[in-house]
Design a binder for this molecule. Structure first.
Ligand code: SF4
Ligand code: SF4
Length: 175
């Protein structure tokens, strides 16, 4: 069995994270670093040091906004958002209860509607998220204001090629 670092590098299938020389340019530009329990460059260090359990249980892996600022700033093109996706996958596979449970529930609601219609359906996604989290009345006023301004559409047409969508979901499903 390979090391944690080997496993991660194999899944990333891109730039080896050993290329990181800890200049911290990623962390200094990250909009979420202030609220993360481990900063982006610390995440790299922890993978190198084999601190798998701490990382898979961290809130940082769920707070990343996938904005790609870090990889854009990195002099070595280390793809931290991809690394964080890999850590999320590993965390779910390991059955870890995520610290940021609502973030995971949002991902599930989002993907659920894409799976049904090939694109996101906002009303369905909101209903699914509310049911999962039990937060039925949070943000009702904001939601109404958005609706009145036309920022939330009630209808979302299905994509024409649903076969392709099903193929994508099948190919990414775990056996
Ligand atoms: S910017 Fe790149 S090289 Fe610098 S610490 Fe972050 S990942 Fe490492
Ligand atoms: S992709 Fe994630 S880690 Fe990178 S800068 Fe954005 S929020 Fe921070």
């Amino acid at each position: 069995m390979g090391s944690f670092l080997d496993d991660v590098n194999q899944r990333i299938d891109g730039v080896d994270i050993q290329n990181c020389y800890h200049c911290q340019k990623c962390t200094s530009g990250c909009p979420m670093a202030q609220v993360m329990d481990f900063k982006p460059n610390e995440i790299i260090r922890m993978v190198q040091a084999g601190r798998k359990d701490a990382l898979l249980r961290s809130s940082a892996i769920w707070l990343c906004a996938s904005c790609e600022t870090c990889v854009t700033r990195c002099p070595n093109a280390v793809d931290i958002p991809r690394l964080i996706d890999v850590l999320r996958e590993m965390s779910l596979e390991a059955g870890v209860v995520p610290q940021e449970r609502e973030v995971v529930q949002f991902h599930e609601s989002f993907l659920g509607t894409v799976k049904r219609g090939g694109r996101v359906n906002e009303p369905l996604m909101i209903v699914s998220f509310k049911i999962k989290t039990g937060t039925y009345f949070n943000d009702v006023i904001v939601g109404l204001k958005m609706f009145m301004k036309g920022k939330l559409s009630l209808f979302s047409p299905r994509t024409k090629n649903m076969q392709a969508i099903r193929r994508i979901f099948r190919s990414t499903a775990k056996s």
